[in-house]
Design a protein around this ligand. Structure first.
Ligand SMILES: *Cc1c(COP(=O)(O)O)cnc(C)c1O
Length: 376
């Protein structure tokens, strides 16, 4: 029996258990505690020194960003279409409307040309977008020079959904640091995990303070319970932070390992026409959270579903790329700017196993199975 190979399983080879024992020893496992303080302090090393508020998910961090920017019912918020639904859902939590924008093919993230088109068209309708949600998909940073200059030109705050991009860099700066707010996720299959968790990042320490207040049920600083605003239960627990401390110590190793995995896939497919991997643009360091391929069926004679099934038959997990949000039934009727870049990537792409424990032998097996699908 060969073992099942998962897409991106968590690896706990740091001092996670030691930190968790610490959490129990001080009987402080909930939303206050020394490990939370330490975890938020350690995160500074990956946020350009901007403050981080640890949250119970990436989604809740995104929601806090929406709330702090002041997104209100009926507002419009521009959002990358090629992403997970959690990038857009918090827009709807605030009663606002997502305006979706297609990707460019160099990074698979928001196309700056289409972004400006969207802004100009909405302005003509008398609707100034209240925020722009840009994603660093699969760890690949978006084109921030262009996007931030547009955000500046039209004075619209950017929320950077860096849920998949902890440890990635764009022109020497860590992802999460490019907008008014940045967000990481520490969910189960992300590059580090706290079981479930995330964080909100900002250079505005007052905003982070306000976020913490909102995340702790908006309780006034008095000795009894008094509330003047609707808050949330969005903070991370001390117990989760303990796991995060162990994970964070190994982040650099995890990034190196995933980048190596990507390089090996490139090598192994280099003699095989019709399968492509996304290269890094100049000045960019992706954490390569997931290695993805696109398949040109006209050349290979097989498509991503053939590959998915062939791998699944050998107990190997692979997954389609994100299904663009403007095509989701739930977002039908939302404005959309773009063509079919994201849609065609969805139709030809596949995420391959990318975890740190994946051996070179595993990779050879995976690539061998894929190559064997070519019948000629
Ligand atoms: C995982 C993810 C999120 C949500 O994070 P959770 O911690 O699962 O709430 C948001 N955006 C993107 C792009 C993600 O991949």
């Amino acid at each position: 029996m060969t073992e099942r190979i998962l897409l991106s399983p968590p690896v706990f080879d740091g001092n996670e258990q030691g930190f968790v024992r610490d959490a129990f020893s001080v009987s402080n496992i909930s939303t206050y505690g020394n490990l939370l303080v330490q975890f938020e302090a350690k995160l500074l090393a990956f946020t350009e020194g901007y403050q981080a508020l640890a949250t119970n998910s990436g989604t809740s961090a995104l929601h806090l960003a929406m709330r702090l920017i002041g997104i209100k019912p009926g507002d419009e918020v521009i959002c990358q279409s090629f992403t997970f639904c959690a990038s857009a859902n918090p827009i709807c939590y605030q009663g606002a409307i997502p305006v979706f924008v297609d990707s460019e093919s160099e990074t698979w993230n928001m196309d700056p040309v289409l972004l400006e088109e969207a802004i100009i068209q909405r302005l003509k309708k008398g609707k100034k977008p209240k925020a722009i949600v840009v994603v660093d998909l699969y760890g690949m940073p978006a084109k921030f020079d262009q996007i931030l200059s547009l955000a500046d030109k039209y004075q619209i705050p950017v929320i950077e959904d860096a849920a998949e991009a902890l440890g990635s860099k764009y022109k020497g700066k860590f992802c999460s640091s490019f907008g008014a707010f940045g967000v990481f996720s520490f969910n189960g299959n992300k590059i580090i995990t706290t079981g479930s968790g995330g964080c909100l990042v900002s250079s505005d320490s007052e905003a982070i303070k306000k976020a913490k207040y909102l995340a702790l049920q908006a309780k006034d600083n008095v000795h009894f319970y008094r509330h003047q605003e609707i808050g949330y239960n969005y903070c991370m627990s001390n117990l989760s932070a303990a796991v995060g401390l162990g994970q964070l110590e190994k982040l650099e190793e995890k990034v190196r390992s995933r980048r190596k995995t990507y390089e090996r896939y490139v090598q192994m497919f280099s003699d095989f026409e019709g399968i492509n991997l996304l290269a890094e643009p100049e000045g960019v360091r992706s954490n390569r959270w997931l290695s993805t391929i696109t398949i040109d069926k006209a050349v290979t004679g097989f498509d991503h579903e053939d590959v998915r099934q062939a791998l699944a038959a050998q107990q190997i997990e692979s997954r389609y790329l994100w299904n663009p949000l403007h095509l989701q039934p739930i977002f039908k009727g939302c404005p959309y700017f773009g063509g079919n870049v994201a849609e065609s990537l969805f139709n030809i792409g596949l995420c391959l196993p990318s975890g740190e424990m994946l051996s070179e032998l595993d990779q050879e097996r995976i690539v061998g199975i894929i190559k064997s699908l070519r019948k000629v």
